[in-house]
Design a binder for this molecule. Structure first.
Ligand code: AMP
Ligand code: MN
Ligand code: ZN
Length: 892
């Protein structure tokens, strides 16, 4: 029968491999298999034929009964069945599971046996997960809970990390590329990584090749280093103080430091002319320098200064770090290749800005979008005069725009992109990875020549298309790094992508898990994917397991942090289960593009008013809020929907107590006492601090009520109109001022240029000191690393201080507070921060304001959730170390 056939092939397979490896049996992964690949291949084959064989067995029912009437069949079944059970028992025993599967006395029935198999499967799969984690380097320090009797393996070996044959001794035959021994490079970083939930502020503190000098914010280390969480006052107050202090810098803080220079960069004639392609040197004849010391980096910088172009690429690691780590930089000139260990030289890389921002030197990248962001994020490096061969490939309409394709097309080089996703933190870097990294830049200057030629040719020798690529490249270099910011809505976007329609309980679980994951990832400096992959988060939310073990069952392999905090996670699930169960039909509604909630006439409005809830606002359901079913206007079952809304609208409690008049909807005006009237008038004189991040005023007012003079809303809307007229006048004045200032600035501009040159001259001096330093440290041999570390750590920031003294004199008025906390003088504070100023005038620090990444989300409802801070899920938000995570920043 089929079964015996497959068994035959099994044995013959084993024999084959036996005879194969007789000569080198010491090298075997396990008896009969020379490596894991062979084992897996064989295993898959066996599983496949076993599956086929079992499908070929007589079907239950008549067919089986018929066969069973033959004694021969019965016998065969029994003997094979016993063999199978024996085999399973052995496997189970090996894994330390209950295994009396054959002992008919101890088992009552099939069901129990089945349970036994299921249990064992779970244990085995979990064990596999743990081993994979181990191999991946997950298990640092914190030992996960292991199944009883589990022995962690000593060596992990597999084919993808096998070293090329003939290199090194036997013991070196295997090398871990996804090594578990990778030391977290973050531990060595001189500057702590900032994972706080605040927007990214450029790292730059010295600006070579400046036409416009670096704003004082960046040259003044004191202001930069201050963070609200360092103040020893309550959180809200600390934020307020921080806002006040950073107000005047806010525009600088989020601008591209080289915006001005890039705006004024023009492509020189020579770069638009047709080049004579300069053939690349064969890789074997090209010198490769690995750079991991400051002196070598400085020497490289010197070399690059003299060139007119060079090629650059980066390798990045993103799994075991929240924001990712730029791990390698490859640079190729026409003559040489360089590979920089950017983990080692992370805080020194900034010196390359001298060549990277030199408009006379072309930097050639392929697909620089991410590279531009990584350079900013990790090193404060910027590119002025970029040529992106990816943009060229697009403009040329080539078949594909990947680097492999260009390499094949122009250089007939087959590149192996296998290493693209390798763990680039590994040190020392294996030869194959170096080779791969080097290929990414080695041919790029030649490709740069060739594509420029083709861009001119395809445009009849006219520079239009080439110019277009230069412009596109410039746009890429203008990109700004945007840090991922957690908001109370972030989870929705991720959930939507899962394309699963969740009910309120599931959505709540997803929200809580998402918040937990984000918080932990920032804290532990791990990627969110490492903490809890989205598909697992989605599965847990979908299933809402009743037991902690159920959470584990949703995750294969179980992420170490999930295992560690499974009880915490289970509490989230329980909390979600307590939610009133309503089907949130967001997904369905999105598809249909339907209107927001149709709601009964509610006169209340204000910051806590949910009546204007839009689709995107809907799922903000904290356990303190009742869910609103999304209504469908003009749907077939309109009546049913209305009933639903009425049911739920009763759950929407209007605020009973409020400081601000908008929320009031009392109509028993006459019934209130004089004192109450007075109190109300006082209250009404307050401005609503939330107003500035409410949507524009008229969205806010019920359209009909606004024109009904008897309504309170009319009164308010009138007052707002008055206010807006006042505001307009203010704005006009401000504009006039701006115009005047612009004139003055034009005058100043020329002065500034000379100033900038001066300042750069000075900064150059400092760069020289870095070089001297490097030269010096090159002398000392043994203490080399030590000294470079300590000296650079302390001396590099000096340039900024010098600059500050000599050049940025007007700054002294600012007198940034330094040693510890100074009481804040509120009489001097500008209370306009609470006024509803328009964004243009508003110089208030707003972390949500992030370059292109900032989407204006008009979600008055978003504020609501702040009131849920007493709730369990948010309980970790209060801690001081979590300051960055709090969401008390206003949104506009
Ligand atoms: P490359 O410029 O192709 O060498 O890629 C640079 C870095 O981008 C790599 O080190 C990876 O971290 C990342 N990367 C490239 N391709 C992918 C991909 N397909 N998926 C995820 N990350 C990638
Ligand atoms: Mn790249
Ligand atoms: Zn690369």
């Amino acid at each position: 029968m089929d079964y015996s056939k497959s068994k035959d092939s099994t044995t013959s397979g084993l024999q084959d491999s036996d005879s194969d490896v007789n000569d080198e049996d010491k090298n075997e992964l396990c008896p009969g298999f020379k490596d894991a690949d062979a084992f897996v291949k064989y295993g898959l084959g066996a599983v496949l034929s076993a599956t086929k064989a079992s499908a070929g067995l007589p079907q239950t029912g008549d067919e089986y009964d018929f066969y069973r009437s033959f004694p021969g069949f019965q016998e065969f079944c029994e003997s094979q069945g016993d063999k199978l059970l024996h085999c399973m028992s052995q496997i189970m025993q090996y894994h330390g599971c209950r295994s009396h599967i054959r002992d008919r006395n101890k088992l009552t029935g099939l069901e129990e046996r089945f349970d036994l198999v299921v249990d064992s499967n779970e244990v085995i799969l979990e064990r596999a997960g743990i081993l994979l984690d181990e191999a991946d380097g997950v298990n640092r320090g914190q030992k996960p809970v292991m199944p009883a009797g589990f022995q962690p393996p000593k060596i992990v070996v597999s084919s993808w990390n096998r070293k090329g044959s003939g290199s090194g001794s036997r013991s070196e035959t295997f090398k871990l590329l996804h090594a578990k021994n990778v030391v977290r490079p973050q531990l060595k970083f001189k500057e702590k990584i900032d994972n706080s939930n605040t927007p990214f502020i450029p790292k730059i503190f010295i600006k070579p090749n400046a036409i416009k000098p670096l704003p004082s914010y960046f040259t003044n280390k004191q202001i930069r280093k201050e963070r609200p969480e360092d103040l020893d006052v309550p959180a809200a107050l600390a934020d307020f103080i921080h806002q006040q202090r950073t107000r005047e810098h806010v525009d600088d803080m989020f601008a591209h430091p080289y915006q001005y220079e890039l705006d004024h960069l023009s492509v020189t004639e020579s770069l638009l002319a047709k080049p004579e392609p300069q053939m690349y040197k064969p890789m074997a004849e090209t010198k490769l320098t690995f750079i991991d010391s400051l002196e070598d980096l400085v020497a490289l910088n010197e070399k690059l200064c003299k060139l007119s172009e060079f090629a650059v690429d980066l390798e990045h690691h993103s799994y075991r770090s929240f924001l990712g780590l730029t791990s390698l930089m490859q640079i190729s000139t026409r003559e040489e290749d360089f590979i920089i260990d950017t983990l080692e030289l992370r805080s020194e890389m900034y010196i390359l800005n001298e060549v990277f921002t030199d408009p006379a030197i072309v930097k050639v990248f392929h697909g620089a979008d991410s590279d531009i962001e990584w350079l900013q994020k990790d090193f404060g490096l910027y590119i002025v005069n970029l040529f992106d061969t990816h943009q060229a490939s697009r403009a040329l309409n080539l078949a594909r725009h990947s680097l492999d394709h260009l390499l094949k097309h122009f250089c007939d080089v087959d590149s192996d992109k296998r290493y693209q996703l390798a763990d680039w933190r590994i040190r020392p870097i294996p030869d194959e990875m170096i080779q791969y990294a080097r290929t990414d830049t080695h041919y790029l200057l030649y490709i740069y020549d060739r594509v420029r030629g083709q861009l001119l040719d395809s445009n009849h020798g006219q520079p239009g298309l080439l110019q277009c690529v230069w412009n596109k490249s410039k746009d890429v270099s203008l990109k700004k790094y945007v840090k991922p910011i957690y908001t109370e809505e972030s989870y929705l976007e991720v959930q939507r992508k899962q394309k699963k329609s969740f009910n309120t309980q599931q959505l709540t679980a997803f929200r809580l898990l998402f918040a937990w994951r984000d918080k932990l990832a920032r804290q532990e400096d791990e990627s969110t994917g490492y903490v809890l992959p989205t598909h697992m988060m989605s599965k847990i939310s979908e299933e809402l397991p009743k037991e902690p073990q159920g959470i584990i069952a949703c995750c294969y392999p179980v992420p170490p942090l999930v295992r560690q905090q499974v009880n915490e996670l289970h509490l989230f699930v329980q909390q979600a289960r307590e939610m009133p169960l309503l089907k949130a039909e967001i997904a369905a509604q999105k598809k249909k593009g339907l209107t927001p909630v149709k709601k009964p006439e509610v006169a209340l409005f204000g910051p806590h008013d949910t009546s204007r809830a839009s689709e995107s606002d809907l799922p903000h359901l904290s356990p303190h809020e009742a869910p609103v079913k999304q209504g469908i206007l003009f749907s077939e079952n309109e009546h049913k929907m209305d009933v639903d809304v009425q049911k739920t609208s009763g759950l929407l409690a209007p605020p009973k107590v409020t400081l601000f008049q908008e929320a009031e909807t009392r109509d028993d005006q006459t019934a209130i006492a004089v004192a109450q009237m007075k109190a109300r008038r006082i209250i009404e004189s307050f401005e609503n601090p939330f107003r500035m991040y409410l949507p524009s005023t008229d969205v806010h007012v019920n359209k009909n009520a606004k024109f009904d003079p008897s309504s309170k809303i009319f009164e308010i809307s009138k007052r707002w109109k008055l206010q807006s007229i006042e505001q307009q006048q203010k704005e006009l004045e401000a504009k006039r001022k701006v115009k005047d200032e612009a004139k003055q600035q034009a005058k100043k501009a020329s002065e500034e240029r000379t100033k900038a040159k001066q300042s750069y001259q000075e900064s150059l001096k400092n760069v020289v000191t870095v070089r001297q330093q490097a030269a010096e440290s090159a002398k000392g041999n043994q203490k080399k690393r030590e000294r470079v570390d300590s000296e650079v750590g302390e001396t590099t920031p000096k340039p900024s201080k010098k600059l500050l003294k000599s050049e940025e004199k007007p700054q002294k008025t600012e007198a940034p507070p330094q040693d510890g906390f100074k009481p804040f003088d509120y009489s001097q504070s500008d209370l306009k921060v609470f006024a509803g100023t328009k964004s243009k005038d508003n110089t208030q620090f707003d972390p949500n304001r992030q370059a292109h990444g900032f989407k204006k989300k008009r979600t008055p409802q978003g504020q609501k959730n702040n009131f849920a801070s007493g709730n369990r899920s948010m309980s970790y938000l209060g801690g001081k170390s979590d300051r960055g995570f709090r969401h008390n920043w206003p949104k506009r």
